[in-house]
Design a protein around this ligand. Structure first.
Ligand SMILES: [Zn+2]
Length: 443
C-alpha cells in the first residue's frame, strides 16, 4: 500500500471553482438559488403557500439569503402530515425515485427525487469521496443497505459520479463481506461506524487485515466519536471519514470531514445551513451548539425550506487547513431525539462512548444504555463489554473495574450509573444503525 500524505488530500478538491469562490460570490449564488426555490414552492406546494401566507411573506419579500429568517420552518411532523407526496413541487410523473427511512410511528419519512436530484446526490457524494482521497482508480465496497434506506444507493451514485468502481454488497453476511473485500481488492468501504468496528474486529480475528488494500472508510448514519474513529483506523490501518446526510435533504453526502477532521464541510452551494437555538430559534454564534436547519437551494422534486433536522451541532465559517472555504459543522453531539433526560440531566449515547473509550484496554466500545424508572426515580444502567480474561480473574478485580467505569461515567454524564459488565459479543451487533439506548420509562 502506498503511503498517503497530507498533500494527497489537499490536491484532490473536486470542483475547485466552487471551493475558490469568494464569500460574496457564494452569497450571491445562494441568494439567486434561494429566491428561485422560494418562488417555486410558493407556486407549486400548497403547504408552503399556506405557511408563508400565515406569516405574511410573499416570494418577492425574499431578495437574498439574508432574508432567510423570514421564511417558515419545516418539521418532520410536516413531512408526516403530507405523506407520501404532499410536498411535491413537480408533477408526480417527473419523480424518478423515492427513498425513505422508517419513522417512530411506523410510517416512513419519504423523500422524492427527480433525475436531476439523483445526479446532484451523486455529485455531492463524489465530492465527499474526493475529500477522503479517493479517485476513479478506487474500488468502493458498499456495505450500507441498498433499498429505501439512502446509504447503499447514495454511496453507489457517488462512486459512479466519481468514476470509481462500486461493489454493491449491501448489509449483512459478514463472512461474505470479508471474502469479497479481500478478493476484489477494495480500497475503501462504506457502512455505519458501529458495523465498521464490528467488521474491523472480525477481519482482525480472521488475521486478514494485512492482505487488504483498504485505505479509507466512509461512515455515517449514526453519531460516533473521535475515539471510535481512531479505534477503527488503528485496527485497519486506514483513515476514516464522517459522512453526514439525511434522506429528507438528500441522503448521505450533505457534508463530510476532510483529512484534518476539524468539522464536516457542508456543500453550501446546494444546502444552506443555519444553526439555531432549539427553543428561541435565534441564530447561534459561531461555535455555539444548536439545532441544524437546512434549506435545499436546488432540489426539484421536494425542496425543503428551513428543515429542522433535530441534529445538534455548532458551525464555523473559518477557512479549513485543507483550503476549502465551505462552512464546517462539528461532529454531532447527538440528536434532540436520542438525547435522554435522566433525573433532569441531558444524556447522549456519544458521551458514554467517549467515556468508555477513554478507559482503553479491557473495555470495549460496545455498550447499551437502559433507562428504567424505579419508585419514580430514573435509573440508568450501562451494559459494557469487557475482555474475556477479566472474568477468569478474581472477583475483586472485576469489582474494581466496575467501580472505575461507574466513576468515569458519572463524571462524564453528571448522573450516577449502574454498570453491568458482560462478556464480549453479548450485546447484539448491528448491521445497520446500532441500538444504543432502551428506554423502559414509557414517557
Ligand atoms: Zn477541510
Amino acid at each position: 500500500m502506498a503511503a498517503v500524505t497530507l498533500e494527497h488530500w489537499v490536491e484532490r478538491i473536486r470542483d475547485p471553482k466552487m471551493e475558490c469562490m469568494s464569500r460574496d460570490e457564494m452569497a450571491s449564488l445562494q441568494s439567486e438559488r434561494l429566491t428561485k426555490v422560494v418562488k417555486r414552492v410558493y407556486e407549486n406546494v400548497d403547504f408552503y403557500r399556506k405557511k408563508m401566507k400565515e406569516l405574511g411573506v410573499e416570494p418577492g419579500d425574499i431578495r437574498g439569503i439574508e432574508d432567510i429568517d423570514k421564511l417558515p420552518f419545516t418539521t418532520k411532523e410536516d413531512l408526516r402530515e403530507n405523506y407520501p407526496f404532499g410536498l411535491l413541487a413537480v408533477p408526480k410523473s417527473e419523480v424518478a425515485r423515492v427513498q425513505g427511512t422508517s419513522g417512530t410511528t411506523g410510517k416512513l419519512t419519504l423523500a422524492s427525487y427527480t433525475q436531476n436530484d439523483v445526479d446532484l446526490w451523486g455529485e455531492c457524494v463524489a465530492r465527499c469521496l474526493t475529500m477522503a482521497g479517493l479517485t476513479e482508480e478506487d474500488i468502493i465496497h458498499v456495505c450500507y443497505g441498498y433499498g429505501l434506506f439512502t446509504g447503499g444507493l447514495g454511496l453507489d451514485y457517488g462512486a459512479k459520479a466519481l468514476g470509481a468502481m462500486a461493489i454493491p454488497m449491501s448489509a449483512g453476511n459478514t463472512k461474505r463481506q470479508m471474502m469479497c473485500m479481500e478478493d476484489f481488492g477494495a480500497t475503501a468501504f462504506a457502512c455505519t461506524p458501529s458495523y465498521a468496528l464490528y467488521l474491523a474486529e472480525s477481519l482482525q480475528e480472521a488475521g486478514v487485515v494485512d492482505r487488504l488494500q483498504l485505505k479509507a472508510g466512509i461512515h455515517g448514519a449514526e453519531p460516533w466519536t473521535v475515539e471510535m474513529r481512531k479505534k477503527i483506523e488503528s485496527i485497519l490501518h486506514i483513515n476514516c471519514f464522517d459522512i453526514y446526510g439525511l434522506c429528507e435533504i438528500l441522503g448521505p453526502g450533505v457534508a463530510q470531514d476532510c483529512i484534518h477532521h476539524t468539522g464536516l464541510h457542508i456543500h453550501h452551494d446546494f444546502f444552506y445551513p443555519e444553526v439555531l437555538n432549539p427553543a428561541t430559534h435565534a441564530a447561534c454564534a459561531q461555535g455555539e451548539t444548536g439545532e441544524l436547519v437546512f434549506t435545499t437551494l436546488t432540489k426539484e422534486a421536494m425542496p425543503l425550506i428551513r428543515y429542522r433536522t433535530k441534529d445538534l451541532t455548532s458551525i464555523t465559517y473559518e477557512t479549513c487547513a485543507c483550503g476549502r472555504t465551505s462552512p464546517r459543522i462539528s461532529k454531532f453531539t447527538g440528536r434532540t431525539d436520542d438525547m435522554k433526560v435522566i433525573r433532569g440531566v441531558n444524556v447522549f449515547p456519544t458521551q458514554v462512548e467517549t467515556a468508555l473509550l477513554s478507559l482503553g484496554g479491557a473495555v470495549e466500545p460496545h455498550y447499551l444504555m437502559i433507562v428504567d424508572r424505579e419508585d419514580n426515580l430514573d435509573v440508568l444502567t450501562v451494559m459494557v463489554e469487557v475482555d474475556e480474561s477479566m472474568f477468569s480473574d478474581e472477583i475483586r478485580k472485576l469489582d474494581a473495574l466496575r467501580n472505575k467505569i461507574g466513576a468515569v461515567l458519572k463524571q462524564a454524564l453528571g448522573v450516577s450509573v449502574r454498570v453491568k459488565l458482560v462478556e464480549p459479543k453479548t450485546i447484539q451487533r448491528s448491521e445497520g444503525k446500532a441500538v444504543r439506548v432502551i428506554d423502559n420509562r414509557n414517557l
